[in-house]
Design a protein around this ligand. Structure first.
Ligand SMILES: O=c1[nH]cnc2c1ncn2[C@H]1C[C@H](O)[C@@H](CO)O1
Ligand SMILES: [Zn+2]
Length: 397
């Protein structure tokens, strides 16, 4: 044993990095998750069989899950989006939508998500004869069912819906009106998604102006496959409350050789105005918006105190979940439970539900949940499970 050196009193021990199990139990908040990007592979197989859809590339659930992950791993957003033809094809009836939405809520709750905003494009679910309203009501019914089932399993979750309009189509005003009609009835906001290059958000200005006049909320996928002009339009022309991805804001952040950092006008605006960035690390690696977890802009943006949040985007296509995303970040950047809490509080502050409810979630659910986890290491036996990352990574982060 080393004899303690009285001239160098030992530093208080650093809390260890969170274990995978702690990451799963930690309360998490998810703002960017696509309903049609998160189906269980087994459910796709069941629904395809029941609905007579014969174009699935695989009928074994494990192989089908692997197919989605590989097909989405092309480095191109356009190719990534092609895989949604199969999930949307099996989500065309009320029963299918109820089942998929219920399972979504249950799966998120089992992964420790306490609040989620899940988005989908109602216009993509009309092929079986449902109206836009019937689609929204079926998904809401599914979310409520999933919340109840999760509660029976001892997991608390609250799920709000975001209605997405597809940016290559021309139904955004209609979908914005739909979102407004179902406001306070399960729908908490609006979004546009789909291929970014060639489809600037200003094509949908009438929808955004309508929502602003109605004092409603919206986020815009921007700065994922296209750069700063897309982010600038989303904020300064359209008035987005949040940015879906927004990773390309890094193009307006300049690091000097001495390590000094200078923000351009747009990046400074995003940080000063506390614009929430819905970052989805694994999805960004698959579409080519980032090259590795360690080089993902989230590391620098967190250090610079942008309002960054961590999200899944498409759990099926990315083979991920909220815990998995955090595990990747803990490994890459050495994040602690304090960092996780910071991301989670950021997300809850940026949610589209009323302020008093957000505050109550932060004070009554999130902070107590992290406080409990943070105290665990004090009582941990020496033989406890190892952390997910090594200390060397942590010091480097
Ligand atoms: O990351 C994305 N960027 C742009 N569009 C996306 C992304 N993930 C999913 N989508 C599209 C495909 C879905 O069918 C649609 C609605 O959820 O949104
Ligand atoms: Zn997305």
């Amino acid at each position: 044993m080393n004899t303690p050196n009285p001239s160098h009193p030992p530093l208080p021990p650093l809390p260890p990095l969170p274990t995978s199990e702690q990451i799963r139990r930690a309360p998490k908040v998810l703002l960017h998750d696509h309903l049609d990007g998160g189906l269980r592979p087994g459910t796709i197989v069941d629904l395809a069989r029941a609905g007579g859809y014969t174009a699935l590339p695989e009928t074994d659930p494990d192989k089908l899950g692997a197919w989605f992950r590989e097909a989405a791993d092309s480095g191109s957003l356009e190719r990534y989006l092609e895989t949604f033809a199969h999930t949307c094809a099996v989500m065309q009836t009320r029963e299918a939508l109820v089942r998929v939405a219920a399972e979504c809520a249950e799966d998120l709750a089992a992964d420790g998500v306490v609040y989620a905003e899940v988005r989908y494009a109602p216009e993509q679910h009309l092929e079986g004869g449902l109206t836009l309203e019937q689609v929204v009501e079926a998904v809401n019914e599914g979310f409520r069912l999933g919340e109840r089932r999760a509660k029976e399993d001892g997991n608390r979750i609250r799920v709000g819906a975001l209605l997405t309009a597809m940016r290559h189509a021309a139904r955004s005003l209609e979908i914005a009106e739909l979102a407004n009609r179902y406001r306070d009835l399960g729908v908490v906001g609006f979004d546009i998604a789909g291929a970014e290059a060639g489809y600037p958000p200003t094509r949908h200005l009438d929808a955004f102006e309508y929502l602003k006049r109605e004092n409603n909320h919206f986020t815009i996928h921007a700065g994922e496959a296209f750069g700063l002009p897309s982010i600038w339009q989303a904020l300064q022309w359209c008035g987005a409350d949040r940015l879906g991805h927004g990773v390309r804001i890094i193009d307006d952040i300049h690091t000097g050789e001495d390590g000094s950092v200078r923000l351009g006008r747009l990046a400074a605006y995003v940080r000063d105005k506390r614009v929430p960035l819905e970052m989805c690390p694994t999805s960004n690696l698959q579409t080519g918006a980032a090259t590795s977890y360690r080089e993902h802009p989230i590391g620098l943006l967190r250090r610079l105190h942008f309002r960054v949040t961590v999200n899944t985007d498409n759990r099926l296509m990315s083979g991920t979940g909220m815990s998995r995303e955090f595990e990747h970040l803990v490994t890459a950047f050495g994040y602690t439970l304090d960092d996780m809490q910071w991301f989670t509080v950021n997300a809850m502050k940026s949610a589209f539900i009323p302020f008093d409810e957000r505050l109550a979630m932060i004070n009554e659910v999130i902070k107590p949940g992290y406080a409990e986890l943070k105290a665990e290491w004090l009582f941990r036996a020496e033989s406890a499970a190892p952390p997910v990352a090594s200390d060397s990574v942590r010091q480097g982060g």
